[in-house]
Design a protein around this ligand. Structure first.
Ligand SMILES: C[S@@+](CC[C@H](N)C(=O)[O-])C[C@H]1O[C@@H](n2cnc3c(N)ncnc32)[C@H](O)[C@@H]1O
Length: 238
């Protein structure tokens, strides 16, 4: 596990997904959809629609970072050419439930080689040996400090085509709010500077990409039901 640079309160786990016994128990109980936050149809569809609007094509290669049990993955797998969808997640149990239950139910296992789903909590992306057109991380960095976003950008840089974009959701801390105090979002979520769920300012987004071959292109609200925002990082030549 990476070090937690912004941690203030001691925590047993950085986020609940690191509690492998909990996740395993949930998956065995058939609760994998709830474990990744529920809203299966809504958030699955909206992330797919977002990438389509951003230019995702059937021939695109896509990396789904923190893909969990494939809430978005079932949509991407259905749309993309066979073999073009890849996912990483810290939880093997969630990846397996995505493959064995969700892809199977949708009749899509033939579109995703099992080795396209890799368990890693350190963004170990290079072993895929792919140059991606796009990457997406939905409700992942909301559970992680900005040091993890930076590590992700460092690792992803070598596996991303120039001009390719990482779309990453996060809880936005506006300029008027003291970053170091908890922040209540309109739908009720309380985010924090140093524990899950985390919030970031523009400063954290810019800092994550500093001196790396990435440009923070934009960040904005995207009508997420829990008020997460969306940041676009474009891979540049350096
Ligand atoms: C709220 S779920 C979202 C899953 C998926 N993106 C979706 O939209 O359904 C958060 C996911 O992030 C994963 N995760 C948390 N920390 C991670 C890390 N350090 N590396 C990779 N995945 C991580 C969890 O295992 C979980 O599957």
């Amino acid at each position: 596990m990476l070090s937690e640079s912004q941690g203030s309160a001691p925590m047993e786990h950085l986020n609940r997904y690191y509690d492998t016994d909990y996740v395993s128990h949930q998956v065995k109980a058939g609760e994998h959809r709830q474990t990744i936050g529920g809203m299966w149809d809504k958030i699955g569809q909206m992330q797919f629609d977002y990438l389509r609007a951003q230019g995702l094509q059937p021939g695109s290669t896509l990396l789904d970072i923190g893909c969990g049990c494939l809430r978005g993955g079932v949509h991407y797998a259905a749309y993309l050419d066979a073999g073009n969808y890849y996912g990483i997640d810290l939880s093997r149990d969630l990846l397996d439930s995505g493959y064995d239950i969700e892809l199977a139910a949708a009749g899509l296992q033939h579109k995703v080689p099992r080795e396209n789903l890799r368990d890693t909590d350190a963004f170990d992306i290079a072993p895929f040996g792919v140059r991606f057109d796009m990457a997406i991380a939905v409700s992942v960095f909301s559970h992680l400090p900005a040091s993890y976003l930076r590590q992700c950008l460092i690792n992803l840089a070598d596996s991303m085509k120039t001009g390719g974009t990482l779309f990453a959701t996060y809880f936005h801390c506006p300029p008027g709010h003291d970053f170091n105090t908890p922040l209540r979002h309109p739908a009720g979520k309380l985010s924090h500077p140093g524990k899950d769920p985390f919030h970031y300012r523009e400063e954290e987004l810019v800092g994550a990409a500093e001196d790396l071959p990435w440009r923070l292109e934009t960040y904005r609200s995207w009508e997420h039901p829990r008020d997460q925002w969306m940041a676009h990082f474009v891979k540049i030549d350096q």
